[in-house]
Design a protein around this ligand. Sequence first.
Ligand SMILES: *Cc1c(COP(=O)(O)O)cnc(C)c1O
Length: 239
Amino acid sequence: MTDRKAELAANLARVEERIAASCAAAGRAREDVTLVVVTKTYPASDVRILRELGVRHVAENRDQDAAPKAAACADLSLTWHFVGQLQTNKVRSVTSYADIVQSVDRPKLVTALSAAAVRGERELGCLIQVALDAESGERGERGGVAPDGVEELADAIAAAPGLRLGGLMTVAPLAGEYAGRQRAAFERLMEISSRLRSAHPAANMVSAGMSGDLEDAVAAGATHVRVGTAVLGVRPRLG
Ligand SMILES: *Cc1c(COP(=O)(O)O)cnc(C)c1O
């Protein structure tokens, strides 16, 4: 085993233990939580090693980095998630490799994703990114729609050709009433998810929790955790 492979294997094992312990503590089955490894800023060679180590879901947040990486890994059976703020001029590129876009937060993006999915003859999974600290009618600083905008976006995605409404995503807010209160933030997301599922029963994905707060997310009921640093190491630059 190369040094890098041994390092990633050890990190993955620690993350796996954390997820398993959180599931056990919450009385949830381990299979109910999917690990999505966020590979942003790390090379395609790491993605390849992760796949060898059993990882099936990877995530990226910038199209410029993700597009060449996904192309270099096209032979691997991986599900690619896009989790970054998305400009409409990048939608066509992202739709060519992403299986799921977790950061849908405005109607214009729904229209663009739908057109690109139809053109590419793909079905694209969409999660609505919720900004728990955004005021009514506004968007969060790091993307995301305010909670009261979820219903309208959900209906738009559900009606859009080429798109499949998967559920919700959030990043724990750094400011506002949920700052430093990850567990409360994720529980709020679960309430929004329950309401969403009453109108759209299949939209049952809840993506929440990162390296620092995955336990809170699993305890609250997240189905997907997005882990970067704890698997790959501290990123050389912000991303
Ligand atoms: C980078 C990123 C993550 C992973 O964060 P870590 O703290 O490195 O685990 C998760 N979600 C999103 C949206 C990200 O941009």
